[in-house]
Write a protein that binds this ligand. Structure first.
Ligand code: 13P
Ligand code: SF4
Length: 315
């Protein structure tokens, strides 16, 4: 064992002891560093993590993910301490939808039902009728009466995909995820030529041309389950590279190839710089000091809870 892995192991042990002592739970997204995923009590996609946050009896939730995810956990648990190892861990998609501009859009279309993807700020959630995630978005859209026009925000790629799937025309906010927009179709097709028996699987935040060539489109958990249950043995994975850790653990005998990014000639993978702001050391520090806490006003939490609860009821 190298010194680095030894230190890592002892830090992981310290995190485990501390979380037991403090009755804390660690919820981690699949895009987190492997050493964080290894100490987590639960790893999941956005919907599963929100559900776990709603059910936990722990006193402290350490959310190893990005800000909007930790905010959702706080909204679901206003009396609990929710910690984020790095409070600057944001999301390009959430940032692409500023509340003032969104309020203006809503004013222009007062008869529209507002559906927002969970990757948005708590303030945007207060302006929403219902929230959705990548794993329940189709069901949420289908739950809205056919005669009701819809605003969908902030992800235009997921929005376009949903329009195609549900046959509903929606007014789309022009937002996107920098990681999922980075995949190159040309390089993906070149890679596919080298692996003609591979299945292409993609997250719906990817651009339409990537989704069109995918054999499967779904949330991070959906992609994981697809790889586990498929009879195929080779997959080209178009989402953030962090998911490969859990995927490879689940199916060590299968070949998983990260989809190539446009600008990237070196590692052929895409990483979310926001997700990767969290480190094991930062996680330990925040649990020890209990200082990097998500603080939201009571009023904001009460208003943002309404569209989240509507989603959970339908999920
Ligand atoms: P999932 O809900 O599919 O895990 O997606 C979260 C996310 O941020 C994807 O970029
Ligand atoms: Fe946001 Fe994209 Fe990172 Fe997901 S991968 S957290 S959508 S920036």
């Amino acid at each position: 064992m190298t010194v680095a892995t030894l230190n890592q192991t002892s830090l992981q042990e310290k995190v485990t002891q501390l979380k037991e002592k403090k009755n804390a739970v660690i919820l981690a997204h699949y895009y987190q560093e492997p050493e964080i995923q290894e100490v987590a009590d639960f790893i999941g996609d956005s919907l599963e993590l929100a559900k776990k946050a709603a059910q936990t009896s722990a006193d402290i939730i350490v959310f190893a993910g990005v800000h909007f995810m930790a905010e959702t956990a706080k909204i679901l648990n206003p009396s609990k301490k929710v910690l984020l190892p790095d409070l600057k861990a944001g999301c390009s998609l959430a940032d692409s939808c500023p509340p003032d501009a969104f309020r203006e859009l809503k004013k222009r279309y007062p008869d529209h039902v507002v559906v927002t993807y969970i990757n948005c700020s708590a303030e945007i959630k207060t302006l929403s009728d219902i929230v959705c995630t990548s794993s329940n978005a189709e069901r949420i859209i289908n739950s809205i009466p056919q005669d009701k026009p819809i605003i969908f925000a902030p992800d235009k790629n997921l929005g376009k995909y949903l329009m195609e799937k549900t046959g509903r025309k929606m007014l789309l906010w022009d937002g996107a995820c920098i990681v999922h927009e980075a995949f190159s179709l040309d390089k993906l097709l070149e890679l596919y030529k080298e692996h003609p028996s591979a299945q292409i699987i993609a997250h719906p935040e990817s651009e339409t041309h990537i989704l069109k060539v995918a054999n499967y489109v779904g949330s991070t958990s959906g992609m994981l389950n697809y790889v586990k249950s498929s009879e195929k043995d080779t997959f080209i994975v178009a989402t953030e590279a962090g998911i490969l850790h859990q995927m490879q653990k689940d199916v060590p005998w299968k070949t998983l190839i990260p989809a190539p990014a446009k600008e990237d000639n070196t590692c052929a993978c895409s990483e979310c710089a926001f997700m990767k702001m969290n480190t094991l050391q930062k996680l330990y520090n925040c649990l020890e000091k209990e200082d990097l806490e998500i603080i939201l006003s009571q009023d904001l939490m009460e208003k943002a809870l309404v569209p989240i609860e509507r989603m959970l009821k339908l999920s």
